[in-house]
Design a protein around this ligand. Sequence first.
Ligand SMILES: [Zn+2]
Ligand SMILES: [Zn+2]
Length: 532
Amino acid sequence: MAVESDTFDASVRRRKIGNLSNQSSSSDLLNNNNNEKFSDLNERDFDADSTTLDPSVTEALKRTTEHLPHDEALNKLKEIGAKTPILPSQIGTDFSFKREIVWKNAIGFLILHLCAAVGIIMGLLLMPKFYTYLYTLVLLYGSGLGVTMGAHRLWSHRSFKAKTPLKIFLLWLHTLAGQNCLYVWVRDHRQHHKYSDTDADPHNANRGFFFSHVGWLMSKKHPKVKEFGKKIDMSDLEADKYIMFQKDHYKLLYTLFALLLPTSIPVIFWNEDPIIALFFVYFGRAIVSLNFTWLVNSAAHLYGTRPFDKTIFPVENMVVAFFSVGEGWHNYHHAFPWDYRASELGSPLNVTGFFIDILANMGLIYDRREASSNMIKNRCMRTGDDSHKVYGTDEGRSAFTTLFNIWKHPSNPTYNSIYSPKPKIINSEGYALIEDELSKNEKDEDLLSRENEELQAQRKQSLDLIDADKIKKYIVGKSEAEKLIGGCVDASDKNVKKLHNNNEPEFKPLMPVDSDKSKLNIDVDSALFTKI
Ligand SMILES: [Zn+2]
Ligand SMILES: [Zn+2]
């Protein structure tokens, strides 16, 4: 069987680029350093998520950036993002938009953070009593669960149902967290998911870490946030009398349950100093809790891996998962927002998922929704960055960096993918928020399992072709090196056998054979493979 190398190159490249690239011939792409970088861009950044990317826009973006290295291409895209006409039926990010700072909020947050710093210093100087530390930790976790289990997974995403007593308890915990009333929290969060990382997303991560962390709360809203905010369906919350009660009386409830009650308890029950109670228990705890939540909007959209969808910003970030009571598996969460686990597996760090399961066993929670294993597998194969521990590839799993290239583990806060997606333009109806909004195809298990088999076959074929491509280069390179050193090509080489599907290769040595390899002074195999 003859090896038709050009065909291999072309088909591998076509498969990787998908239906986006008809511009350059595949062999051209492989022959030039810049184009090698572009080929990475194609694979990593332009792979279409057919549900959200308009092919004509992607083509235009690709044409503008195809000869540029990755960083330059990214800058160019940001530049043209401001000028590219976006259809009325689409939404993206206008990078020329100037934010207007709301100074009242900025100064307010500065003062809150200074007061919190005083409280944290008191804590570090061991000024609070022992019970105050324990009590604050319980409040921190409890209020965290009010946000993650209540505001987020129950009310924003309706990923499970809860009995009324638990709902009231979660509403109280949410008030304790002090993150605005639940109604506004849910509206902002639904909008964040629906128009994720576009101008209609209140904390669009395209605008950088600071903006998506806290800057959005001290800037005037982008006009698209206001315009698209009106489209968010809030009828379920409006029909809930408890949630509307909290909305209507939020200032009073906040003063009582987030400030007065939590700071009075340590003073009354174990004689804590009221100043310490105010700065450590109130300011310190509230600001730490806020920052942990904000990390999900900032760090978990920028630093980590994207095993489920490489075209979106959200990432899997173990450190954020630890601090946010299990909300850092954010690539999974944006891929399947209606899944109550907000992560693929019941990870030990998914504290919120763990408590939901306990409460379900107690009968207080029911109707938990989960993505099926076929849905997960297909999504990984279709749009993942190949870093998934089961459905990924060795190449994908090693495509990350850490600071100084040490401690290569997801628990390292600097653990990050070497690829990042491009700013995205999506259809103005946005992403599906709840399971009910999915098309029938996306839920049909028979269709899913058929798609799964097809994707697996395609993946296998792709990997075989890549192997064949490497071996072809190895053979060509080896014969050239052998020419130089007067060596031989060994037709029984196990890699050549692999190329021919383990049949005896119909391979004719290109050079006169001198089978005694020990005469060679260099290790030809390893020298050549390192270049491939
Ligand atoms: Zn997000
Ligand atoms: Zn969410």
